[in-house]
Write a protein that binds this ligand. Structure first.
Ligand code: C2E
Ligand code: CA
Ligand code: CA
Ligand code: CA
Length: 279
């Protein structure tokens, strides 16, 4: 038993070593990409249903790796988070998103907002509110044009540390949205205390419409609750016309998903806004 224990230990230590090496490798590459500013930001329209009009965009980071091609944020964001590089990466995304929003709004005959994802570590950064304040003034951007998306689990995991930061952000006039809503364990009483402006219903609830009665009941209930609490509801991952029809009936007026558009580079956004309007 003793020798087996030792083998197990060796096995784990080798495994851990390989993992650590890989982590270090990606960390080095991320650092280089940050210095060279080689991340791009794509934009996915959020569409107001009754009038089929694009009202805002979610900013989604993209990494075009010189050798490995396009790498999904689902792969590198967790590593950026673990290594702390997310704070710098997050700032580059915020910077690019504001710059691109100004560019887009100058070319649209109305005004849109941009929604940027924030990770757990960014939400523990006491310098975040001052950074955002400075960002908005540098781009001469009224705060209502910036929205921050925070996942439900992030919010609940670190309420103590994040709450003062969230209140400071609210003071700046920036809106907060709860991402992946329904997948975490937020209680309604918390929701009431938080300076939240909208809920994003997680894609997993939208995916199986119209087949899954339970998902549909959950969406109806969330929409009704949100209306009473004066919160906006955004449904993500909308791919099918039937999903759209159900959401419209249910009173969920903002949708995002491949049905209207995938995330796009800035230069392709305007044509898509036009196309959606004509749909
Ligand atoms: P998320 O915030 O839940 O973003 C929505 C994801 O769903 C995006 O994946 C988007 O491309 C995808 N999506 C949109 N519409 C549809 C649809 O109709 N069907 C399906 N199947 N998928 C759809 P993406 O861009 O790969 O991003 C994955 C995750 O990476 C995001 O999930 C977010 O958690 C994270 N992420 C992306 N950009 C950033 C960022 O700048 N900062 C941080 N902290 N996280 C980011
Ligand atoms: Ca999001
Ligand atoms: Ca989401
Ligand atoms: Ca999701």
């Amino acid at each position: 038993a003793k020798s087996q224990g030792r083998n197990t230990y060796q096995f784990f230590s080798q495994e851990m070593n390989a993992q650590a090496t890989r982590l270090l490798e990606v960390e080095t590459e991320l650092r280089t990409a940050l210095v060279e500013k080689s991340f791009e930001v794509y934009y996915q329209p959020q569409v107001n249903l009754p009038i089929a009009k694009v009202v805002g965009f979610e900013a989604l980071v993209r990494w075009k790796h010189p050798e490995r091609g396009m790498i999904s944020p689902a792969e590198f964001i967790p590593i950026a988070e673990e290594t702390g590089l997310i704070v710098e990466l997050g700032r580059q995304v915020l910077e690019q998103a504001c710059q691109d929003l100004v560019w887009l709004n100058q070319r649209l005959d109305y005004r849109c907002y941009v929604a940027v994802n924030l990770s757990p570590r960014q939400l523990k950064d006491p310098d975040l509110p001052a950074y955002l304040d400075n960002l908005l003034s540098r781009y001469d951007l009224p705060p209502q044009y910036l929205e921050l998306e925070i996942t439900e689990s992030t919010l609940m995991d670190q309420m103590d540390l994040s709450l003062p930061i969230l209140h400071a952000i609210e003071q700046l006039g920036i809106s907060l949205s709860i991402d992946d809503f329904g997948t975490g364990y937020s209680s309604l009483s918390y929701l009431k205390q938080l300076p939240v402006h909208s809920l994003k219903i997680d894609r997993s609830f939208v995916r199986d419409i119209p087949g899954d009665r339970d998902d549909m009941a959950i969406i109806s209930a969330v929409s009704a609750m949100a209306a009473k609490l004066n919160l906006e509801v955004v449904a993500e991952g909308v791919e099918e016309r039937e999903q759209l029809m159900f959401l419209k009936e249910t009173g969920c007026h903002l949708v995002q998903g491949y049905y209207f558009s995938p995330p796009l580079p800035r230069d392709k956004v305007l044509a898509t806004c036009e196309r959606i309007r004509e749909k």
